[in-house]
Design a protein around this ligand. Structure first.
Ligand code: PEP
Ligand code: MN
Length: 337
């Protein structure tokens, strides 16, 4: 349930209600909206009487939250969560694009890519230093050396750095270099990892598991939010279906469905969703038309030579065209890019 405080509730009244919630053996999460403060009460609510809280000074009402994902729910916070990122943000009227190679391969290529995507309009640089590879003999990433190159690229361009963290024990290391911690599709239900990034001060980019359903995705976000971290970006990256023609299947309806259910920013990954460079731009446009707050796109200086995911990586010229055409779609749906 949530305790909705009156617009003019005093800090003492809010403190008092936080204590009352704790007395009921529930965990209070204070969510500050533009007009009022609400206190989300999470835990086993079965025997807790909302009337006990409703009589508190400064309380407007106490309402049940039907969704199992509580803090992620729009029921708890109606206005969108905006997450600052580089020179822009995700979740506001202006969209944000994260771009870069699948993996950091060497210093020169990440610096070259960073400059090119910055020039084209990206606000953040992506690139894996720890790569979750299906094949144990495939390139696994440069690890800390890759993180150093990403940090250097940030210094050179001002782009924020988005990079994957694969294990709880890697969180302190990756958080030292990254601006956003990416949790990959294959780790969406790694609950220890979700708890670990939930203790970090860095925003989390959570990718939908390829076999996870809508509620499982939001409950994974809730794992992070139920810790200290309230900055989660949801990423639809395609799911596995019977269709093998594209790498995954991009469920475009998930974009507006997620936006209705949650206040968190929702971005799309048309690169992994399709696996094919020629399909990336049309799917990106569809995602933006459907209400996505941004994109994460794979870009490589020479896709033919890429160590990972070359077939879906855009050249610099293709990326520039994507940004231009997505800008028009954004404007058509009342957004900017
Ligand atoms: C990636 O973004 O590099 C990646 C591995 O994506 P996903 O986890 O969605 O497969
Ligand atoms: Mn990739």
């Amino acid at each position: 349930m949530i305790v909705v405080m009156k617009p003019g509730a005093t800090p003492a009244e809010i403190e008092h209600m936080i204590r009352r919630v704790k007395d009921l053996a529930l965990t209070p999460h204070v969510i500050r909206g533009t007009e009022r403060i609400v206190i989300a009460c999470v835990g086993d609510e079965r025997f807790k009487a909302p009337e006990q809280l409703a009589v508190g000074a400064g309380v407007e009402k106490v309402i049940p939250v039907l969704a199992r994902y509580k803090i992620a729910s729009r029921e708890v916070k109606a206005e969108p969560t905006v997450i600052p990122l580089g020179s822009g943000s995700l979740g506001a009227r202006r969209l944000g694009i994260i771009a870069g190679p699948c993996a950091v391969e060497n210093r020169a290529m990440i610096l070259e890519t960073a400059r090119a995507v910055k020039e084209a309009g990206a606000i953040a640089l992506r690139g894996g230093a720890f790569k979750p590879r299906t094949d144990p003999y495939a390139f696994q990433g440069l690890a800390e050396e890759g993180l150093e190159y990403l940090a250097e690229a940030r210094e050179a361009t001002g782009l924020a750095v988005v990079t994957e963290v694969m294990a709880p024990e890697q969180v302190p290391l990756v958080a030292r270099y990254a601006d956003v911690l990416q949790v990959g599709a294959r780790n969406m239900q790694n609950f220890n990892l979700l708890a670990a990034v939930g203790e970090s001060a860095k925003p989390v980019l959570l990718k939908r598991g390829m076999s996870a359903d809508f509620e499982e995705f939001l409950l994974a976000a809730e794992y992070v939010l139920s810790r200290a971290n309230k900055q989660v970006i949801l990423c639809e990256r395609g799911i596995r279906t019977f269709e093998q023609y594209t790498r995954f299947t991009f469920p475009v309806a998930m974009v507006p469905a997620l936006k209705q259910a949650t206040h968190l920013p929702v971005i799309a990954d048309p690169s992994h969703a399709t696996g094919r460079a020629d399909l990336v731009e049309p799917v990106a446009r569809a995602a933006i038309a459907a209400g996505a707050d941004g994109l994460i796109v794979e870009v490589h200086p020479d896709p033919e030579q890429a160590l990972v995911d070359g077939a879906q990586s855009l050249t610099f010229a293709q990326f520039r065209r994507l940004v231009e055409s997505c800008r028009k779609v954004a404007e058509a749906v009342g957004r900017t890019l």
